[in-house]
Structure formats: C-alpha cells, structure tokens
Ligand binder design. Structure first.
Ligand code: CO
Length: 458
C-alpha cells in the first residue's frame, strides 16, 4: 500500500503562490478532499500561519478548526520547525509545548518536525509534547548535499529520531536535489535500519521529483507527498494524479480515488487560472530549473542572490559570489541550505565578494549562529572565523533554549484583553506585529457590527 499526503493546501500553496490561498478558496472542496482517500492533508504550519495574519486577515487557528470540521475522516498534518516553531528564532520550552498542545487540540493529527541544522536537540521537546498529546510525531531529515553529509549520517539521524519515539521518518528534500539514485539508496538503507514508515517529500524544481518518487517507492517508501496537478510541478510537488496513475500501472495498491481527484482538480484549475491572471502565480516558478543541480544550491537561494546583486548594481559579481558561497558554507560547518541558513550564507558570500575582504563585515545572524543560538553546526565551524567573530567569548554549550526564560505567561499579561484565548497569545508570541495588527482589525470589525445593529434597531 502506497499512501499519499496531499500538499495543495500548504506546501503547493506556499511554493507557487506565496501562501496566499485564503480559506474561502479551500472551503468548497474540503468535503471532497476529506473523502478522496489521502493518508493526510498537509494544511497548516510553515508559512500558512504568518500569511493568515499578515496578508489574509484570517485567524490561523480558526482556519485549522474549520478545516478540521470539514474533514473529519482524514488526518490533518502540519509542518513544525522544532524549537523554532514556525519562525527562525528559538522559543523557550513552555511556548513550544503549549503551541504543540494547542495545535493538536485545534485539530492537528500529524506533526512533521524538523530542524534546519538536523540538530536533534532542537526537536526533542516538540516530539515529546506531540507524543504526550497523543498525536503522530513525524521526524524529518533535512536532505542536503555536502562533503560531510552522507547516507550513513542520515540513517544514523533517523535512528536517533526513532529512539525519541517518532512514528514515521520523512526525507525532506526542500530544494528538489534528491536524485532518483540517491533517493533509492537512502530509502533502502532507511528501510533496513528503522521500523517506522518512510515518507518522501520533494519538490519538482529540478525536474528530478517524479523519477525520485518512483524510485523511492520501488525501494520501499510508504508515503509520498504530492500536489493536485493544477498546483503541482516547478517549485511545488509532483502531481498527485500522475503518481497515482503510474503506481497503479505498476500494481501498487493505493487508497486515493482518481475520480474525486479529477473533480477537486477541476475546482483548483479555475483558482489557478485566477492566480495566473492577477499575478499571484508567476509562471516562471512552474518551470524546471536545472542550474540548481550544477550549483547544488536551492532555486530560491539563487534567485535571492541575483536579486541582491542586481539591487546593488553588482550582478557582474555573480560568478564570484557563486564560488564564494560553498566556501562560506564550509567555514560555517556545512549547514543545510534551508531558510534561514540559505539567506544567511548567500548574503555573507555576497558581502565577502563586494567588500573584497572575507568577513570584514559579518551579519548579526551569522554571529548568533557561530555563538550557537541556532543549534549545533553539522560540521566544524572554522576556528579562525570563531575567533574573529566571538573574540574571547565562548560559544553556547548545549541547547540555546535552556538559556531562555519561560515566555507564555509574560506575553499573556502584556496582551491583556487584546487576547481572547491562549491561541491568540501564541499567535502573538510567534508573530507579534502581525498578530497585534490582526487583533486590532478584529476589534474594529466587532465594533462596526455592533454599531450597525444599533442603527438598525433605531
Ligand atoms: Co517542501
């Protein structure tokens, strides 16, 4: 049996249209998605939370509750950055635990937990709380390519996660760099070592995605992440219907109903066309970018670098910056190039080239990384760089979150009656400015409705 996780509501939405799909566009097809036979619907976490508050004037918790109510028969899944929750800084344990608890209470069944550095210390609390809440904890390996990352290393990491109690292991290939051959070998090795199901998450960015999924399934993968065809391909996932068709031909048993997929896709096709015509969807992101295979850096990072250099009128330096990027990554102990490390490494490489002297200027983020605020670097950070940046200061030993004071009760007091519930407080802790602006608008809406009613009675 090969199971499918549908990503149209979260990752496809995030990768193709910058997470701008409002709940109102999802609602008409939720009951069909619920009946289509998916292993799970990825629908929350990642950028959805931020986007709800910042752009869509939606309460992310209410969105989750509504999806839950409309999809009682399918597991709902979210993506969580371990100790970073949905952002890029570390939160104290009280906040991480309550965030996980409230996510489950509001409707989440499966939490896919990862850390940008594959530092298991940053995942422990989130995994522990997920299990305590009775939900499914899935541990993700951030797949990356570097001289210090190896198949053996990824398998060891999976074993460590299994020992924490995760109920599945996900190979999370953010950049679409996992090749069919590497995927096949990795899945085979994982199946020989860990007992829990293996999930494959990739992106079609480089064009490898479909071949990789097929090879991973042949090697024994249990669940694949796909997106309905109108929101598939390019920076999104391979198409659900295409994988379903291929796997059926090969005789794999699946539960997803192709007829329902077609109906749901007809619906999303219309929405996709609207997004294309109003510019929300740029056709470029739906194409295939093979440069990424040559540079071994994610597509988003490449386009960021081009934008950054263009803004400074230094695009002629691109080749030099692309040569400097792997050197900076090496100096930093080969962090996986996932947000925010991809931006940090790229920006530092650009500064090194533009100023003509390496590390003459070092960003605050890189300083914090070297200090240990992001966790343990996968490899060794250059001694010279540590000395240059920290001087006599010693890097943090152990978990950065252990140095943080509990924050929930303090934030709750700060917010006073602006927060209506603990979920509001968590929104505020995760995205303070966006949440406050949202609360204000919510209050105004309430008052307007009130005035309107009085006017009617009068
Ligand atoms: Co993804």
């Amino acid at each position: 049996m090969i199971q499918f996780t549908e990503t149209v509501l979260r990752d496809a939405n995030q990768s193709l249209i910058a997470t701008r799909m409002p709940l109102s566009e999802m609602e008409p097809v939720l009951s069909k998605l619920n009946k289509a036979g998916y292993y799970s619907l990825e629908c929350w976490g990642g950028a959805t939370f931020d986007s709800c508050l910042r752009y869509l004037d939606e309460d992310p918790w209410e969105r989750l509750r509504k999806i839950r109510a409309a999809c009682p028969d399918t597991k709902l899944q979210m993506l969580l950055r371990g100790q970073n929750l949905l952002g890029y800084r570390h939160y104290p344990d009280d906040v991480v635990r309550l965030f996980v608890r409230k996510s489950v209470e509001n409707g989440i069944d499966i939490i896919r937990i990862f850390d940008a550095l594959n530092d298991i210390e940053n995942m422990k609390v989130a995994v522990d709380e997920t299990l305590k809440c009775g939900a499914h904890a899935s541990g993700a390996i951030c797949y990356t390519v570097s001289p210090i990352h190896s198949l053996e290393g990824f398998v060891r990491f999976a074993e460590e996660m299994e020992a924490l109690g995760v109920q599945s292991i996900c190979v999370k290939d953010m950049a679409g760099l996992l090749s069919p051959k590497e995927g096949e070998e990795l899945v085979r090795a994982l199946k020989q070592t860990v007992k829990v199901p293996i999930v494959i998450h990739t992106h079609s960015t480089t064009g490898l995605g479909y071949m990789t999924l097929l090879k991973c399934v042949e090697a024994g993968a249990d669940v694949i992440d796909t997106a309905l065809s109108s929101f598939s391909g390019g920076t999104s996932q391979p198409a659900t219907e295409t994988m379903l068709y291929t796997l059926k031909e090969y005789g794999y048993e699946t539960r997803v109903d192709p007829a329902l997929c077609m109906e749901i896709n007809e619906y999303f096709k219309k929405y996709r066309d609207e997004c294309l015509s109003d510019g929300t969807l740029n056709p470029v992101v739906m194409g295939t970018q093979t440069d990424v295979l040559h540079y071994q850096i994610p597509g988003g990072m490449l386009s960021n670098l081009v934008a950054q250099l263009t803004a400074q009128n230094k695009l002629d330096k691109l080749d030099e910056v692309l040569e400097e990027t792997p050197r900076v990554r090496k100096d930093l102990g080969y962090p996986p190039l996932v947000t925010p490390m991809s931006q940090m490494v790229g920006a530092q490489a650009a500064v090194n080239v533009i100023l003509g002297e390496r590390y003459q200027s070092v960003s605050t983020e890189i300083k914090n990384y070297i200090r240990g605020e992001y966790g343990k670097a996968p490899g060794k950070i250059s001694e010279e760089l540590i000395k240059k940046v920290l001087g006599d200061e010693k890097p943090i030993q152990g978990r950065f979150a252990d140095t943080l004071e509990p924050a929930f009760e303090k934030a709750k007091k700060e917010l006073g009656d602006k927060a209506h519930c603990d979920e509001d407080v968590l929104s505020y802790i995760a995205f303070p400015e966006q949440a406050e602006a949202f609360f204000e608008k919510r209050e105004m809406r309430k008052n307007n409705t009130f005035k309107y009613r009085i006017a009617r009675i009068d």
